[in-house]
Structures are given as C-alpha cells and as structure tokens.
Design a protein around this ligand. Structure first.
Ligand SMILES: C[S@@+](CC[C@H](N)C(=O)[O-])C[C@H]1O[C@@H](n2cnc3c(N)ncnc32)[C@H](O)[C@@H]1O
Length: 348
C-alpha cells in the first residue's frame, strides 16, 4: 500500500493567520536546528574521542540496542514528532542545495525530493556507526558487523512493498532469492566490514552472480526511498536496517535521458568490497558484464537497477578468497547524481 504524505495542512489555505503562525514557528525551529547542527559538527570530533575513550560501546547505541530489540518495549523508536521535525528541518536545508544543483546541471526533475539532510538527521537520531571520508567503517566493534540473512531480506522486502507505489515496484521476488551461482560465505573483518568469500576454488570465466530475478529494489523517486527508510525505523526489529541501507545505497542513471534512480540490493551482493589503492588492483577478481538480454525476457527491465548485471571471475579464485569488485571510476559523476536526487553523497 502506498502512503502519501501531506506536507501542507489543507486548513492553512482557509486561514491565512495560521499560515503566518506556522511560518513563524518553522522559522524559529529551523534556526535552532541550524544552530544545533553547527554546534554538533564543531563538537563532533572531540566529543567522539571523549566518548570512545570513556566507553567504546557508547558510540553505537543503535547496534547495541539492536541486540535487545526482540524483547525491547520500543523505547528507542522515533516518535512521530521526531520524524516530523526532521522532515521540516531537512526540507529547507536541502531546498537551497537542490536549486543550485538544478541550475548547474539544468535538471528539471520532479523526482527530486528533500532527502539529503533528512538522511543525515535519521543517521544521527539512530546513532548509526560512522563511516569516515575514506569510506572506512569506524573502529567501533559493533559497527556494521551483523550478517544479513533471509529474515533481513524479508524485512527489507516488506518495507519496500509497503511503501513503494505498486506501479513503481521492481522488486518482484516475493521471497529471498539467492542470486549467487557459487557457494559463498559472508565474513566480517576490518577495515572493510562484511565481505563475500568463495567457499571453494572457482576457475577464471565463471559466472558467480547474476541478478535477472529482479531482486534489486529500485526507487524511482527519493520520496519513495524516504518512505522506505521511515517504515524501517518505526519498527524496533528493523530499525538497525535503516543504517545498513544507507551504507548500501547506490544511485544510477538508468535511461538515455539520464534520469537518476536509487538502487538497493537486498542480497549478499551488496556486501561486495572494493580496493582503493592501485597497488591492490590485482585483488579485483570479479567484473560485471552486460549480458545480451532480450527486451522480451520477463526478467528484463531497462529500469531495473542491476537487471543486466552478471559478474564473472576475471582470474582463478582460491577457496577462502574474498570476492572484490571495482567500485569504478567517476566518483565525481556519482556525486552529481546523488545531489541531483537531493541526497548527500556519503563517501569521500
Ligand atoms: C557496499 S558496502 C560493502 C559492504 C560493507 N563492507 C558492509 O559491511 O556492509 C560499501 C562499504 O564497504 C566498505 N569498503 C568497501 N571496500 C573497502 C575497502 N577496500 N577498504 C575499506 N572499506 C571498504 C566501505 O565502508 C564502503 O562504504
């Protein structure tokens, strides 16, 4: 079922003084939000160092709480007020940025929504573990270390299905579908966090992952994506996933017009790590190849984020070796795409 939000109270149209009061209230609130944000960012480094020194577990309340979620009484769930305040504040913060991006790139997209500051607000509210400017996961022992499984796939699917307009749904698999063609294992190690490892020897040229089953969530608008995140954080059992999906999110230009969509893979492919040092490029061992998928193929959809992606080994892979892909060039291009969607570019 698609939920429509209603940012403007209809009664405001009938009573202009309510509008004036509302604007004054918003102005006050927004200014205080900006002040808090400025103070936050100034104090962030030193506060974080103090917290870590005092108690290494304090930094990620989210993941600590996550372990209690099955018995939790939902005391950490955001109130409707939290969400409304984040929505209100983020709207103004991002509006200005978006108008600049629109002007710079000549973008006139109705897909643009106010997600950037909202995502930052949500991450702070949830206490998501930090990823630094080089994309390195924080030293916190609890940061992004649980392994997604069938249950998490189902939870993400339910959130997607519940929030995205049925006409815009691309994730049509209704239960977990493993798109890996070879036996894999997911393990956690620093500094990359979770990664995907081969369980047995795989010769060069083997198809290892293919996503023809439309098991990638495609969001045509950042509004849909925001609803999806909001759905996850309202339930204490899935709240932690809101941090993960922000780490896994990808933005792609999928059609000739260059329309930007948000993509989230829900299976283990999302745990593929890269290398960032040219000296390590020999560690890249799988690469995507576009397959010749016919337009008539029921699994083919040009708007499906990874519908054409098939990963092959580019050399022999030994049992126990980690699969690595090249996250690719064009980080700056990616940044433009993110900003065109009103999203903050999260890495680097
Ligand atoms: C798509 S996720 C990959 C899965 C991730 N490791 C996890 O635990 O969820 C991308 C993130 O993985 C981490 N990462 C990937 N490759 C890395 C590398 N070579 N060194 C350090 N961190 C890496 C970065 O934090 C990056 O933002």
């Amino acid at each position: 079922m698609h939920k429509k939000s209603c940012p403007i109270n209809p009664s405001a149209r009938r009573s202009p003084w309510i509008v004036v009061l509302a604007m004054a209230f918003f102005h006050l609130y927004f200014n205080s939000f900006l002040l808090r944000e400025a103070a936050d960012s100034e104090n962030h480094d030193s506060a974080e160092a103090t917290i870590n020194a005092a108690d290494p577990n304090t930094k990620t309340p989210l993941l600590r709480n996550m372990k209690k979620t099955t018995t939790s009484t939902n005391s950490n769930a955001p109130s409707q007020n939290d969400l409304t305040n984040i929505n209100a504040a983020s709207t103004s913060l991002v509006e200005e940025k978006q108008s600049k991006v629109r002007a710079q790139y000549g973008i006139n997209s109705t897909h643009m929504a106010m997600d950037g500051a909202w995502v930052v607000g949500v991450s702070k509210m949830l206490g998501c573990p930090d990823v630094d400017n080089n994309g390195i996961i924080s030293d916190d022992p609890n940061a992004y270390n649980y392994i997604p499984n069938n249950e998490t796939w189902n939870a993400l699917y339910r959130a997607y299905h519940a929030t995205v307009d049925p006409n815009n749904e691309f994730l049509t698999a209704t239960e977990y579908q493993n798109s890996w063609k070879v036996p894999i294992e997911v393990k956690f190690q620093r500094p990359e966090g979770r990664g995907v490892y081969a369980k047995e020897f795989i010769p060069k040229g083997t198809l290892v992952w293919s996503s023809t089953s439309r098991n990638t969530a495609t969001f045509l608008t950042s509004h849909d994506h925001r609803e999806f995140i909001e759905y996850l954080i309202k339930d204490p059992k899935t709240r932690h996933l809101a941090c993960d999906v922000q780490m896994w999110i990808d933005v792609m230009s999928l059609d000739e017009e260059g329309t930007n969509y948000i993509c989230e893979t829900f299976d283990e492919a999302v745990l593929l790590n890269t290398v960032w040092d040219d000296n390590d490029s020999h560690l890249i061992n799988i690469e995507p190849q576009l397959m010749n998928v016919s337009d008539d193929d029921p699994d083919y959809d040009e708007n499906d984020c990874y519908g054409n992606d098939h990963y092959f080994t580019v050399r022999d892979i030994q049992a126990g070796e980690q699969f690595r892909i090249d996250y690719g060039m064009g980080w700056d291009d990616d940044k433009e795409r993110w900003e065109a969607l009103g999203l903050n570019f999260p890495r680097g």
